[in-house]
Design a protein around this ligand. Structure first.
Ligand SMILES: Nc1ncnc2c1ncn2[C@@H]1O[C@H](COP(=O)(O)OP(=O)(O)OP(=O)(O)O)[C@@H](O)[C@H]1O
Length: 470
């Protein structure tokens, strides 16, 4: 396997003889049992994807049993944490947890860059690391985790609270409109937030960074992307102790080339777990497309899908906020029950909408890329790309023919279904030559087939979809 200058793998399988890197061949896949959760979990644990492990210590052997565990007990965790894990219904570590946890928990702490497909259990791996490194006898912030959206920060916090429920952990959010303006100091052990609010709280010395031992960036490629949240994230990073600085942990399902160099600077000398490029999305998500006649026809097709969208739960992704609102308003006026969520809504409204969806009170959520990443709702069995995700759209909207598809966002969007080994389907709407070509690029880049389904034969469509979900 070739490595680029940053030490990431670029193509082809690694040489078996390479001392500190290895590909881990997994057993051949077996037929899945669609309904039994324990079988699905087993499928994921036996998963067929290959990972590359690169240890910062070039002398160490990544094949050593020391670097993988088959049970949570082997990790030497405090029993309060083990109790929390078992309470969550986790019996065994998932593939990424099995390989990542020994590296994350080893002492002295080592930076870590981890890549694993959506829905494979990255959150539990870094939450467990944060909780196991906190000294609960000190009322000081010792772990800080940043995520790209308030919805994801809230979800991560719920994992911290659930996993830490037998520990005395104190937690606080650094997300917009959460703390009263009069707050002068947060003493919580673990803070989870978004970069903008966190920068502000650090600047106002509400967050004391001096004792932070673990710094996690979830969706790290997004957090370090120049076009994204990088500036604010770096300002937070630069406010952390320099001497004996914190363990830096970066996780994502995608690490595009243009952020890898930077990731290596933010987390120097990291142990790494990476995926091969054609293993970026899981096989349990079946991908389809529908040929729509034009933009207006997309709306009609979506409406005709409504009964299928509500079998489980569905997320409809649009590129723009006003498209999401417009579709939601129109469908609501026509008697369908849908909700819309995007970044222009105020904080309280966003929280209420995602909570209702999480509780299953809403079945169809029409949204933007704001929740393309990380959101984990098991009942979501369908994702619709009403608009395909495009790169540089905001600057380039008037010049759509040139727009290239945003492959990474696509991978994250469809990853909102098919969580932890479950089945899911995604449907792309294409309506002209340009969108057709964009979808072909997505198909090529992900290496997964996207199958056509008829827009005008509802029965055939239903049958095909039910088959895919079986
Ligand atoms: N060892 C385990 N056993 C059973 N379920 C697990 C285990 N680890 C994680 N899960 C469950 O799997 C689901 C997906 O996990 P998680 O949200 O951490 O995925 P992720 O890898 O962070 O995905 P994404 O890339 O989309 O952020 C969660 O509902 C979580 O509770």
């Amino acid at each position: 396997m070739e490595k680029d200058a940053d030490g990431f793998f670029t193509s082809a399988p690694p040489a078996a003889s390479a001392p500190a890197e290895t590909t881990e061949p997994q057993p051949a896949s077996e037929p899945t049992e669609p309904h039994a959760t324990s079988d699905l979990t087993t499928d994921l644990i036996k998963s067929t994807f290959e990972v590359s492990v690169t240890l910062a210590d070039q002398q160490a052997d990544p094949n050593s049993p020391l670097f993988s565990v088959k049970s949570f007990e082997e990790l030497g965790l405090h029993e309060d944490l083990l109790k929390g894990i078992y309470d969550m219904g986790f019996t065994k570590p998932s593939k990424i947890q099995e390989r990542a946890l020994p590296l994350l928990l080893a002492n002295p702490p080592q930076n870590f860059i981890g890549q694993s497909q959506s829905g494979t259990g990255k959150t539990a791996a870094f939450v467990l690391t944060m909780l196991s490194r906190v000294d609960f006898s000190k009322s000081q912030t010792q772990a800080l985790c940043l995520a790209p959206s308030r919805e994801l920060a809230r979800q991560i916090m719920s994992v911290v609270v659930t996993m830490g429920k037998y520990t005395p952990v104190q937690t606080e959010y650094s997300i917009k409109d959460n703390l009263p303006r009069s707050t002068t100091r947060i003493n919580a052990h673990v803070i989870v937030g978004t970069p903008g609010t966190t920068v502000d709280l650090i600047r106002r010395k509400v967050i004391d960074t001096s004792e932070i031992k673990v710094f996690v960036l979830d969706e790290a490629d997004n957090m370090l992307d120049q076009d994204g949240l990088a500036e604010q994230t770096l300002r937070v990073k630069n406010a952390l102790p320099r001497h004996g600085g914190p363990q830096v942990i970066l996780f994502s399902a995608t690490f595009p080339h243009h952020v890898r160099n930077f990731a290596n600077k933010v987390a120097p000398n990291a142990n790494k777990i990476e995926l091969k490029e054609n293993e970026l999305s899981v096989d349990n998500i079946r991908q389809f497309y529908m040929d729509c006649r034009n933009e207006e026809h997309k709306y009609d097709v979506l409406v005709s899908l409504y009964s299928l969208l509500t079998i489980g739960q569905s997320i409809i992704f649009c590129q723009r906020r006003n498209t999401a609102d417009r579709i939601a308003q129109r469908m609501t006026a026509e008697g369908h029950k849908v909700a819309s969520l995007h970044g222009a809504k105020d904080a309280a409204e966003r929280d209420a909408i995602i909570d209702r969806f999480r509780e299953g009170k809403e079945k169809v959520l029409i949204t933007t890329n704001v929740i393309a990443r990380g959101i984990d709702i098991m009942q979501v069995n369908m994702v619709v790309n009403y608009d395909l995700p495009l790169l540089g759209e905001r600057d380039n909207w008037s010049n759509r023919q040139d727009a290239r598809p945003d492959i990474d966002t696509y991978i994250h969007r469809i990853g909102r279904t098919g969580r932890f080994g479950r089945k899911g389907i995604s449907i792309n709407f294409v309506h002209d030559k340009t969108t057709w070509a964009q979808m072909e690029q997505i198909e090529k880049a992900t290496g997964k087939q996207i199958i056509r389904i008829e827009t005008n034969d509802l029965d055939a469509m239903e049958e095909q979809m039910k088959k895919a979900l079986k």
